[in-house]
Design a binder for this molecule. Structure first.
Ligand SMILES: Nc1nc2c(c(=O)[nH]1)N[C@H]1C(S)=C(S)[C@@H](COP(=O)(O)O)O[C@H]1N2
Ligand SMILES: [Mo]
Length: 467
């Protein structure tokens, strides 16, 4: 008599256990990000039916004001999410397990019977191999969903460098909606999964941990007892280790103040490495930001924070200060800049908080500016630093992004000179970066080979912030 039946190989169990904390962290950090601009709702004919989520929900979970933290976690754990998924898929391919997992011709019909059976409407259980038809469909769907999350995530993360992915997802907006819908899908999948495991009972749960199913509980064999014990011990160590790892990460001190700060040290390290990876892999100055017809530009341009650029500045008080590496400082008036060739752009401005808006800007391309003022030696430096006249707001930009053909020193929007809300008299428009880098009211420009100080990088945001 056979008392045990091997059910779940170690690799399968392992990838599943690991996936729990990863997915939990991805969803949690996703909500920290999402809070910043809760724009998703189901609106039909002007009436909003569902708003994800009400304020009490955010307050309950203590989510508000933690965007930078959410991004840091999200962009670290996306690696584990991807690697674990790839690992699992490779395993099913190599081992041949996919044959039991992929739906076949009859699966969709049978899945219906499974549902009727599960709901106690139909008495006889439909035929099953290792997995029944409904399981085959669900387990395949979840892999496709995971893949979808990666693709849509990358499309949102780097919409310029991965513009083809963005296009494939139906554009930036749809990519975001898909990304969100998939998350809701995981939550539902998870709930159903847990309910089914509970319904299936202890024996089933044990097989998830130990890998084998006791088919016939005969006088417990020594062998089974030993395997049970070892498996549960390992599982216990794993759960404790995961918790300890989480505590360590979560409690690790913030980076000491400096060029970058405000983020837990290990997270900051990962964030830097991830950004460098994508910057090296994907940044290409011939990747242009998608532009739109002029008519699509907003008439009223959204106004965000204006640290260091509040109100109007009497024009006679302003000159652009350009600090050359020779030590000399150029003082440039707006009139001089306006005499240079004019470049315009209508594109989708993106704030890291999640809102975006198509807007129209006019000014001097940064490349033209550098050439005109003969800043050749400067353009060979690694970074450009810009600060407001009062030095309250400041950004650091890598030179390749600054010299990207769509980067502008803008003095106009919608054919009018910039107003006090939008950086009068001169601001940076750098479409390959998030809004945080688009400094309003440029006072000074400097060049260096080390990273210039950056207002939001000091608050836990990524230094590069490229799109
Ligand atoms: N001087 C200055 N520039 C700034 C900011 C600021 O607070 N001060 N905020 C940045 C952020 S976070 C965004 S999203 C954009 C917003 O630009 P807008 O107000 O023209 O929409 O400006 C950026 N430039
Ligand atoms: Mo922003």
């Amino acid at each position: 008599m056979k008392a045990i039946k091997d059910k779940h190989p170690l690799i399968v169990r392992w990838t599943h256990w690991v996936n729990f904390p990863i997915l939990a962290i991805m969803i949690w950090s996703g909500m920290l990000i999402y809070w910043a601009n809760d724009e998703y709702s189901i609106t039909l004919f002007g009436h909003t039916y569902v708003r994800f989520f009400p304020d009490w929900y955010y307050n309950l979970l203590k989510i508000p004001q933690r965007l930078a933290e959410g991004m840091a976690f999200h962009f670290l754990f996306m690696w584990f999410f991807a690697l674990n998924g790839i690992f699992y898929v490779l395993y099913t391919i190599i081992s041949g397990a996919w044959r039991q997992l992929l739906p076949n011709q009859d699966s969709f019909k049978e899945a219906w019977l499974v549902l009727l059976h599960d709901l106690h409407i139909r008495k006889t259980a439909p035929p099953r191999d290792k997995y029944n038809a409904a399981q085959r469909i669900a387990y395949t769907a979840i892999i496709i969903m995971g893949f979808g999350s990666l693709v849509t995530g990358l499309a949102i993360y780097k919409p310029v460098q991965f513009n083809w992915l963005c296009w494939l997802c139906g554009g930036y907006h749809l990519a975001r909606i898909w990304h969100f819908v998939l998350t809701i899908g995981y939550v539902l999948f998870f709930l159903i999964h847990v309910i089914q495991v509970i319904l299936a009972g202890w024996n089933n749960f044990r097989s998830v941990v130990t890998g084998f199913e006791v088919v016939n509980e005969l006088p417990a064999e020594q062998k089974i007892k030993r395997r049970n014990f070892i498996s549960f011990a390992i599982f216990g160590v794993y759960v404790a280790g995961t918790y300890a790892g989480w505590r360590w990460l979560y409690k690790s001190p913030d980076e000491t103040p400096g060029i970058t700060a405000g983020a837990h040290k290990p997270l900051r390290k990962a964030l830097n490495k991830t950004e460098l990876f994508f910057r090296r892999l994907t940044f290409n100055e011939s990747h242009l930001v998608k532009t739109y017809p002029r008519s699509m530009a907003a008439k009223k341009i959204r106004h965000n924070s204006d640290i260091g650029s509040e109100g109007e500045l009497p024009p006679e008080y302003w000159k652009l200060q350009v600090k050359k590496i020779s030590g000399e400082t150029l003082q440039i008036t707006l009139d001089e800049l306006m005499k240079l060739p004019k470049t315009e752009i209508t594109y989708d401005f993106k704030c890291v908080e999640g809102w975006d808006q198509i807007s129209h800007w006019e000014g001097v391309s940064f490349g033209d500016f550098m050439a005109h003022f003969k800043l050749e030696a400067e353009s060979r430096m690694e970074y450009v630093g810009m600060e407001t006249p009062d030095q309250q707001y400041y950004v650091g930009i890598d030179m390749p992004s600054a010299l990207h053909p769509q980067t502008l020193l803008a003095y106009q929007m919608n054919d009018e000179l910039l107003d006090g809300n939008h950086g009068q008299p001169l601001r940076l428009i750098i479409p390959v970066k998030y809004g945080i880098k688009n400094l309003k009211r440029i006072g000074t420009i400097t060049f260096s080979n080390s990273r210039p100080r950056d207002y939001w990088a000091e608050q836990g945001y990524d230094y590069y912030s490229g799109l």
